[in-house]
Structure formats: structure tokens, C-alpha cells
Design a protein around this ligand. Structure first.
Ligand code: ATP
Length: 244
């Protein structure tokens, strides 16, 4: 379907925990963009999450591995977690362009909330130029482009409501790196809501609806998200780092 060049989506986030919002995004975009692979890239910490301690990276990675195990096209990358310097997206994208980008077409995936705050990311304009991007709608967030520059706006392709065929036609145009706005998923779920539900002892329904069974078992087994002040980090003394 995807022609000769492999298409790989890069999906960064804190995934604390990974939920059905994330996996639906990955699944629906795989369909719509005929992706060969979705690479989940857990970050040390996302920039807007500095006010709380996050779950240890290993546990977030483990939950991602459990949630993606049965999806041959989904993989988890430790590229950011392995990097001692705690890289920003601009650095990670640079490394992935050098390795995967030689043979594959790379799409960076983000939700509408990340898109809204893209200007807070380090070298955000460069980030947007280093790959193609797919922005996904998210309930409660506007998907507009008033916050970006004219040059960035010109690269936006709105494929909301589009069929696979239309998207394919858009992808076939060779006009440089685009930013695709999609409505591939409209699912009102966040990791914050899941953590809160667990903390309040009201987790059963949330976990059942929005978290893979294996991940729900992991959360229970390791008693994640029970503390009032979010999860205690095992990475004592570590400094939260911006991801974007
Ligand atoms: P938190 O509630 O802790 O902020 P989150 O649910 O937003 O977490 P992240 O791990 O921060 O999850 O998200 C990673 C990426 O997935 C981000 O680009 C985010 O916008 C996107 N995303 C998360 N949930 C959804 C959703 N329900 N619909 C669309 N995109 C989503």
C-alpha cells in the first residue's frame, strides 16, 4: 500500500500510562497513512509536566511494551531513555533522520494539545522541518494554526474527514515536508485522568475502558499512581527535563 519507501510514524510522549487514546491514534493513523511502523518513543519527561514526579522510565517503557506486544507494526524505542543527556525532540529527530530517515519517510505524531504548545519546544520550527508531522484532534483542544508562523501555516494540509485515497493523493505530492491535520481519533481520555482515578480508588472502570488489560494488571501489580502527590520517582535526585 505504501509503495517502495517505508513509512514510519514517530510517536513521542510520556506515556504515563499508555492508554487507548495513544493506541487508537497509532492504529487509525496506520490505516489512514498506510504506515509500515509506529515507533513509540517514551521521553524522560514532557516539558509541561515538570510540576510532578513521573513514573520511572522503565515502568513506562514496560507498559508500552505490554500495550504494543500484539501489534506487529508497533514498536517501542528506548532512544530517549538511553541517552544520558536527556535529549530534546529536535535531537532525537536528528538521530532518527540519520538512521531511519535514509530509507524511510518519517512522520512525527502529536495530539492537538502538543500542537497548541509547539512553540514552547526547543527549536520548534526546526522540529517541524525535520520530518513530516501528523497532528491529531483531541477533545477539548482547538486545532487551529494561529500560533504558528506564516511559513509553517503554508505547509499545513487539512485532511480532517478525508478518506485513505485522499490522504494517499496528498502524500504523493512532492512539495516538501507537510504538516497534516487529522481527525483520525476523537477520544476523550488522558493519562492524567487515569492517574487521578487510580489515586481516588475509582480505577476499575477507567482502567477497563481506557487501558489495555495487561497494562491495567501492571498498574495494579506495581501499585502505580497510588500516592497523593502523583507517583514517587525512583530516579532520586534526577531533574525533570523538557522533551519538546
Ligand atoms: P498527561 O495526561 O499525563 O498529560 P497524555 O494523556 O496527554 O498525558 P502523553 O503521553 O503526554 O499523554 O501523550 C503523548 C502524545 O499523545 C501527545 O502528543 C498527546 O497530544 C497525544 N495524545 C494523548 N492522548 C490523546 C488523545 N486522547 N487523543 C489524541 N492524542 C492524544
Amino acid at each position: 500500500m505504501s509503495g517502495v519507501v517505508k513509512r514510519i510514524a514517530l510517536y513521542g510522549g510520556s506515556f504515563d500510562p499508555v492508554h487507548t487514546g495513544h493506541t487508537s491514534v497509532a492504529r487509525n493513523l496506520s490505516e489512514l497513512f498506510a504506515l509500515d511502523e509506529v515507533l513509540f518513543i517514551p521521553a524522560h519527561v514532557a516539558p509541561h509536566k515538570r510540576d510532578r514526579k513521573v513514573t520511572p522510565a522503565l515502568q513506562r517503557y514496560a507498559m508500552l511494551a505490554l500495550a504494543t506486544q500484539n501489534e506487529p507494526r508497533f514498536r517501542v524505542s528506548s532512544i530517549e531513555l538511553d541517552a544520558p543527556e536527556r535529549p530534546y525532540t529536535v535531537e532525537t529527530l536528528g538521530r532518527l533522520q540519520e538512521t531511519l530517515g535514509r530509507e524511510a519517510r518519517l512522520f512525527f505524531v502529536m495530539g492537538a494539545d502538543s500542537w497548541t504548545e509547539i512553540r514552547t519546544w526547543r527549536e520548534w520550527e526546526r522540529v517541524l522541518e525535520m520530518a513530516e508531522h501528523i497532528v491529531v484532534t483531541r477533545p477539548g483542544y482547538e486545532l487551529d494554526a494561529s500560533h504558528v508562523t506564516e511559513a509553517v501555516r503554508e505547509r499545513i494540509v487539512d485532511v480532517r474527514g478525508a478518506t485513505r485515497e485522499t490522504v494517499e493523493r496528498e502524500l504523493a505530492r512532492e512539495e516538501g515536508r507537510k504538516i497534516y491535520l487529522t481527525d483520525a481519533v476523537e477520544l476523550d481520555v488522558s493519562a492524567t485522568a487515569i492517574r487521578e482515578a487510580v489515586r481516588k480508588g475509582a480505577a476499575s472502570e477507567m482502567l477497563e475502558r481506557f487501558v489495555a488489560p495487561e497494562v491495567a494488571d501492571f498498574i495494579r501489580k506495581y501499585r502505580l499512581y497510588r500516592n497523593t502527590h502523583e507517583t514517587e520517582s525512583f530516579e532520586a535526585g534526577s531533574q525533570d527535563e523538557a522533551r519538546g
